[in-house]
Write a protein that binds this ligand. Structure first.
Ligand code: AVJ
Length: 340
């Protein structure tokens, strides 16, 4: 039980929200297991590990610290856009006839963004979804404390290869909330598939999507955001090796690796890598991989869009109406996309 004791020691605690842990429920032909996926990525000629493996509990905490860094502009820029426009956003939803919304928060993390939005949107149900189960369970409990009457269904799951929500999630007036530019972790082709799934009434049952996405800007601003002076992003990237050691049983020595972040202009994406600082061999129960000094493991791509590019992608995915809000510098955009 994570329910905190009442400060007066009375043992009072807020009602815990419903919580559904969908981890380990792999349908046949669906996602490969974490160990298979990790081993395949490490064995590939160009080694890679999916960025979803950043998020063990420490990884979620390090990401939370990243969002407070001077260099990491996306979180506070996006928050500014919401502060300016949340009543217009709520108006767009009621204008589309959405009155009893089920707010599905993808990659909810600490749920802080939704907590600020809920008073304006007044959803009937709030569904935070995240791969980092224990971190999410705590966060959902805190949201329940703020909104004791709200129906909350927390869902611990990896939605990277499909979004099949449990039956406890209300099937009508679904609004997906995908802030923070997390969509940028998908390639544009994967992002299109994911967006199509959400706009498909037979599958995602979404009436609309509130999406936050980071925009293309000068390379030095972008690279500083992913290689901060305090080294928090480096720690976040390196912590992935500890998580993989636990999941796959590898023997990565974190000290032999270095954080690298660069903006790939051709692909319009920030890339994060871990670079071997010496010739070395990584071993795990079913395999091993040699790395030469300087060789890299690709751990994250974070695609940066233009407003026109994202508008086109949303239309292509089947959303018929889009609205967009940006900050004065044009660094970040929030889209409302609906399917009416
Ligand atoms: C959570 C995927 C949006 O790409 O900016 C932050 C993750 N990685 N610093 C991003 C991240 C390094 C973040 N997303």
């Amino acid at each position: 039980m994570n329910a905190p004791l009442h400060p007066l020691g009375l043992g009072l605690s807020a009602a815990s929200p419903q919580f559904i842990n969908c981890h380990g429920e792999f349908l046949p032909g669906q996602a490969p297991s974490a160990t298979q996926e990790l081993a395949a990525g490490l064995a590939a000629a160009a080694a890679s590990v999916s960025p979803k493996y950043f998020y063990n509990t420490l990884g979620s905490q390090l990401f939370e610290a990243i969002t407070r860094l001077d260099e990491y502009y996306p979180t506070r820029t996006e928050a500014g856009i919401f502060d300016e426009a949340h009543s217009e956003m709520a108006g767009a939803m009621t204008g589309a006839g959405i009155t009893r919304a089920c707010l599905i928060d993808l990659g909810a993390g600490n749920c802080a963004k939704a907590a600020r939005l809920i008073p304006h949107l007044q959803p009937r149900q709030y569904v935070p979804v995240d791969i980092s189960v224990d971190f999410l369970r705590d966060a959902a409990g805190q949201v329940q404390g703020l909104f004791p009457a709200l129906d909350i269904v927390g869902v611990g799951m990896d939605f990277s290869s499909g979004l099949v929500l449990p039956p406890e999630v209300q099937a009508h007036d679904r609004v997906f909330f995908y802030p923070g530019s997390s969509l940028g972790n998908f390639s544009p082709a994967q992002a299109l598939t994911f967006l199509q799934h959400m706009s498909d009434p037979a599958q995602g049952k979404a009436r609309g999507l509130l999406l936050g996405i980071d925009l293309v800007k000068d390379t030095s601003t972008l690279e500083a955001a992913y290689d901060d002076a305090l080294g928090v992003t480096a720690a976040f990237n390196l912590n992935l090796l500890r998580h993989v050691n636990r999941l796959l049983g590898t023997d990565f020595d974190v000290r032999q690796w270095r954080h690298v972040a660069l903006f790939n202009e051709v692909e319009s994406r920030i890339e994060m890598h871990l670079q071997a600082q010496a010739d070395l061999t990584v071993r795990w129960p079913q395999g091993e991989r040699r790395f030469q000094k300087g060789e890299r493991i690709h751990t994250e791509s974070s695609y940066k869009y233009t407003v026109a590019g994202m508008s086109a992608l949303l239309q292509q995915a089947g959303f018929t109406q889009t609205r967009c809000w940006t900050d004065p510098k044009g660094w970040f955009a929030v889209f409302w996309a609906s399917v009416d």
